[in-house]
Design a protein around this ligand. Structure first.
Ligand code: HEC
Length: 441
């Protein structure tokens, strides 16, 4: 009996020694773990948001300071939780990319906790060596905006005037260059003239001389069709969306700009509340020494579709399948870009090697016409000779698809216009060299 009492006292004593201080320690820990802006949130915003949300105005507001972020905290909580922002559409469980930008589940949760506990500011330098300051944010602004490192600049022949208010515009522009000799491109940059209105742009190259008259024509104007008769030298050279300002080809490679090239580019303008204008242009830098490896474009397009005709019937969800020709050499992929319009919902591409291996290329489970990016692989991606590239795309031509431009769905087929459809997969590659798969891009 007595020994029992003693042992109980003993246990209580032990508990007092061990647990009392521990509990106190824990509450101290919780205090220092309070989620605040400078300690936890600034670094997330700097890495994942500030590259677009800065003073250059590519995104509608800056997210560079505590005030910028805290004053919109609920909105930020919403767009990050729903993964609307940062806008990165490819599934990174399928394949990784050099330019991937997604928040981890922990980061999303951290933002939620920060908001629900009152969006504390914290202190600027809470941890030693913590470099998170507003200045660093600004340094993180896209370098391409201020860089004057280019050889030629070609643009619209005259500014495009936006007269109709509150309406989206899709226009084609002609930018004549007519270069004397073929040259190798090191980088291509698109510079939107009116940053508030230019939403995205696609640049193509023409050597036929037959496309000049397309200048300024609306994509919805049927006159566009008469320019679609001859194949372009480069159906697709570069696609610009905010955050995808330029493409720089890897060291030792370059993309050929054919002799006598002119550019056409289409621009998607957001609805404007005021009469305004735009003068956008393209900047190109050529390689300064001869390149060892030429970047080639492999485009899978509507002719590669196995289940033609490419018509998406009204009120139906349809899936189309394309396959490339069998590769006749070993190649190393650099980047990949799927393209569809407003009815597009999902896109997936992979390659099958002759030994039966599957190489996963891209999976976009929730296609968004507004965020068509070029996805650059982390390393050169090797595909052996004999491989075949497959792609499948799903289109939703029902009213369930909120982007369907036709409130009364109608049959939709191929065309350049945004209300027509396309199915493209644009891949940049070079001929394979042993060791490429370990070279970062
Ligand atoms: C690739 C560029 C880019 C990145 C990165 C980016 N944004 Fe955006 N963001 C935009 C653009 C452009 C818009 C305006 C167009 C739109 O809403 O689609 C926008 C809109 C927003 C909006 C307003 C949404 C609305 O419906 O009006 C919020 C809030 C926002 N971003 C927060 C963030 C946060 C938070 C991050 C980082 C976690 C982030 N963004 C990362 C480009 C970007």
């Amino acid at each position: 009996m007595r020994s029992n009492l003693l042992s109980i006292l003993y246990i209580l004593f032990i508990q007092f020694i061990f647990f009392y201080p521990t509990t106190e320690l824990k509450s101290q820990e919780v205090k220092s773990q309070e989620v605040n802006y400078y300690k936890d949130i600034a670094v997330i915003v700097k890495t994942h948001c500030a590259p677009c949300h800065n003073q250059e105005g590519l995104a509608p507001f800056s997210l560079l300071s505590y005030e910028d972020v805290a004053s919109r905290s609920n909105f930020i909580g919403y767009v990050t939780k729903t993964r609307y922002m940062p806008p990165f559409k490819a599934d990174i469980a399928f394949q990784h990319y050099k330019n991937e930008n997604t928040l981890s589940a922990e980061e999303i949760q951290l933002i939620q906790t920060w908001i629900s506990t009152g969006s504390a500011k914290g202190q600027k330098k809470q941890r030693k060596g913590d470099p998170v300051t507003t200045d660093i944010h600004q340094k993180n602004a896209p370098e391409s905006i201020n860089v004057n490192d280019y050889d030629i600049s070609v643009g619209m022949q005259k500014a495009f005037k936006i007269n109709e208010l509150g309406k989206e515009e899709f226009r084609f522009f002609y930018a004549p260059l007519n270069n004397g000799a073929s040259k190798m491109i090191k980088s291509i940059q698109f510079v939107p003239g009116n940053k508030k209105l230019v939403h995205h742009s696609r640049i193509m190259t023409d050597t036929t001389g037959s496309i000049a008259g397309i200048d300024g024509i609306s994509e919805s104007d049927t006159a566009v069709y008469k320019f679609q008769t001859k194949p372009l030298a480069d159906n697709f050279l570069f696609g610009w969306v905010p955050g995808n300002d330029k493409i720089v080809f890897p060291e030792g490679t370059g993309k050929k700009l054919f002799q006598g090239s002119n550019f056409i580019f289409n621009v998607h303008y957001s609805p404007s509340p005021i009469i305004s204008s735009d003068s956008s242009f393209i900047r190109i830098k050529f390689t300064d020494k001869p390149v060892e490896r030429e970047v080639i474009t492999l485009t899978l397009k509507e002719d590669n579709i196995a289940n033609l005709p490419f018509i998406i019937k009204a009120n139906q969800v349809a899936t189309f399948y394309m396959r490339s020709a069998v590769l006749t050499q070993d190649i190393s992929l650099i980047s990949i870009m799927p393209h569809m319009h407003l009815l597009g919902r999902k896109f997936k591409a992979f390659a099958a090697t002759p030994s039966g291996d599957i190489v996963q290329l891209i999976n976009i489970p929730d296609w968004d016409f507004n965020w068509q990016m070029t996805y650059t692989f982390q390393n050169y991606l090797y595909l052996p000779k004999g491989s075949v590239i497959y792609a499948e795309a799903q289109y939703d031509n029902t009213i369930q698809n909120e982007r369907n431009p036709n409130k009364q769905p109608k049959d939709v087929g191929y065309g350049w216009g945004t209300n027509d459809e396309m199915m493209n997969l644009v891949i940049y590659y070079v001929a394979y060299k042993p060791g490429d798969e370990n070279k970062p891009l």
